[in-house]
Write a protein that binds this ligand. Structure first.
Ligand code: AMP
Length: 192
């Protein structure tokens, strides 16, 4: 199985690149943001709980995420692998993901981190907010808060994978196809 953690701050291009990766490598896209938004839209108990956090750009509690991801992995037992997008976002989530995979005799093949500077992230997210129907992309303060949360709570996840020798950094600026080509080079190394 090819299990990739696509990492980076909000607006780094994880969603865009994940869509291209899953098509080329026939993997499952596991975006926790998408899963939470679907729960929110259906008005489930989990969705209502998540909304409180998402509407202010805070992280939804680890326990909620871990159960949700475990279920999704379980539902896709025959998959060739996963692209984890927006997960893990805390070290506790990364540890839980390792456990979930280990108990199924699987592991993370590698983390690829997309690097984009803050001004560009804000510009991209505000632009996306015009069409994305996401309230958290329309408010600059909320966007800045999400980026801050990334620095404070999520960036240590990179060290977690560095320690395992599974971390690769990639420039996330330039044309979508050029970035995708660089990503594919890295993925081909991981899958060889
Ligand atoms: P995203 O679509 O990845 O930008 O996620 C949107 C929002 O969903 C985030 O701002 C968080 O409130 C929540 N969220 C998504 N993934 C996670 C996660 N792994 N841990 C905690 N909260 C998450």
């Amino acid at each position: 199985m090819l299990n990739i953690v696509l990492f980076g701050p909000p607006g780094a291009g994880k969603g865009t690149q994940s869509a291209k990766i899953i098509e080329k490598y026939h993997l499952i896209h596991l975006s926790t943001g998408d899963l939470l938004r679907a729960e929110k839209k259906s008005g489930t108990e989990l969705g209502l709980k998540a909304k409180e956090y998402m509407d202010r750009g805070a992280l939804v509690p680890d326990s909620v995420l871990i159960d949700m991801v475990d279920k999704k992995i379980q539902e896709n037992k025959e998959a060739k692998g996963f692209v984890f997008d927006g997960f893990p976002r805390t070290v506790a989530q990364a540890e839980a993901l390792d456990e979930m995979l280990t108990k199924r005799n699987l592991n993370i093949s590698g983390m690829i981190a997309l690097e984009v500077e803050e001004a560009e992230l804000i510009k991209r997210l505000l632009e996306r907010g015009k069409t994305s129907n996401r309230a958290d992309d329309r408010n600059e303060e909320l966007i800045k808060n999400r980026i801050q949360v990334y620095h404070d709570e999520t960036s240590p996840v990179a060290d977690f994978y560095k320690k395992q020798g599974k971390y690769t950094l990639l420039k996330g600026v330039g044309g979508i196809e050029d970035i995708f080509a660089s990503l594919c080079e890295k993925i081909d190394i991981l899958s060889s």
